[in-house]
Design a protein. Structure first.
Lengths: 166, 191
């Protein structure tokens, strides 16, 4: 255990901040990871069946010509808020018996600049990162180019990170 | 059973889809203490495949492998929904949107994506480069700069009542409105 700690300390140069961190204290095996595959599959099915992956639906949203996407995001946030409230209020534990970790976010200028840049990309590609994977699964092969470009965009951000205002 | 299947293959209304997406938040928290977010998968791909000695990509990505497995699931969800639960009816889009997009030159409204744009041949045109390569780049660069995407900020962040996430979400929308109403008409006029 001590060895693992040492290895991690040498590998990680800066504190690792991730918006979707793994806070589980115990290491998980490959079979444990099947859970996330199943949740991902359900999530992907919802994306396709509610037509959230559609470029047209995103256009409808940004043209204020349909309530659909606002209803989806709005009701998802309400259900998420109630769930988080209940988990905190009753201190509901994970199935492994751990206390759930929450991460307060700090305001940074990147949320404005990066948010605007992402918004431009969202409207033009008709996809945020989640739907990208579901679009490819739905057979839109050309979206692989979008995904690879998004990986490239992430990489360039990593490269320039310290030079950007934040 | 047949009736249930017939209901499932219809397009799902927002009040079914939204709550199901919202439930992903407590599901991931309770099955493994995971905060919901998708764009981090793009970072893990960079960290795993081409870290190039950049400090931002030097971390133990294997500890975050669940996120890559999750997006692999999203991919398979797309495969399943499209091949086995396909909507038998034609895609319904609001008249106003059809008219607006016709004015921009889009002709095919039969599928979830405009066939005029979303084809592999189009990728090698200037329009394709803008829509897929440049657009994708903005998505990847912007989400990482903002510290999250629609899932990490708009859904997980707002669920946890985070003001920075609210700011980020508002900026996502402003960016989207700007592209749709101010920039996209120019892009379509160019080609």
């Amino acid at each position: 255990m001590k060895n693992i700690q040492e290895i991690q300390n040498t590998v990680i140069v800066e504190p690792f901040v991730c918006e979707a961190p793994n806070d589980m204290k115990v290491a998980e095996s490959w079979t444990d990871n099947i859970k996330y595959l199943v949740v991902g599959i359900m999530f992907g099915i919802v994306f396709v069946k509610a037509e959230i992956i559609s470029w047209f639906r995103i256009q409808e949203m940004f043209r204020l010509q349909s309530f659909h996407m606002y209803g989806v995001i709005g009701s998802a946030v309400v259900v998420g808020m109630i769930s988080v409230f209940l988990i905190k209020k009753f201190n509901i534990k994970t199935i492994a018996g751990e206390t759930v970790d929450f991460h307060p976010k700090k305001f940074q200028k990147g949320q404005v600049y990066g948010g605007l840049i992402f918004g431009l990309g969202w409207a033009i590609t008709g996809a945020c990162p989640g739907p990208l994977f579901a679009q490819i699964g739905s057979g839109y092969v050309v979206v692989i180019a979008t995904l690879l470009s998004a990986v490239a965009g992430t990489w360039v951000y990593g490269l320039l990170k310290d030079k950007l205002p934040n | 059973m047949k009736q249930i299947f017939e209901f499932i293959i219809q397009p799902w209304p927002w009040y079914v889809a939204g709550p199901l997406i919202g439930l992903t938040v407590p599901t991931l928290l309770l099955i493994g203490n995971k905060s919901f977010g998708i764009s981090s998968s793009l970072r893990h791909v960079c960290a795993a495949c081409f870290p190039a000695d950049i400090p931002f990509f030097k971390y133990d990505w294997k500890k975050e492998i669940w996120n890559l497995i999750f997006v692999l699931g999203v991919f398979f969800g797309g495969v399943i929904a499209t091949n086995f639960l396909e909507n038998p009816n034609t895609f319904v889009l609001s008249e106003a949107t059809i008219n607006d997009l016709k004015a921009l030159g889009i002709k095919d409204f039969s599928g979830l994506m405009p066939a005029d744009l979303f084809s592999v041949e189009k990728l090698f045109s200037i329009k394709g480069l803008i829509f897929f390569v440049f657009g994708g780049f903005l998505v990847g660069f912007g989400t990482r700069y903002a510290g999250g995407c629609t899932s990490g900020h708009a859904i997980m962040g707002l669920s946890n009542l985070q003001v920075p996430s609210l700011i980020a979400t508002c900026c996502f929308m402003v960016g989207g409105f700007t592209m749709t109403h101010l920039i996209m008409p120019i892009i379509f006029k160019l080609f």
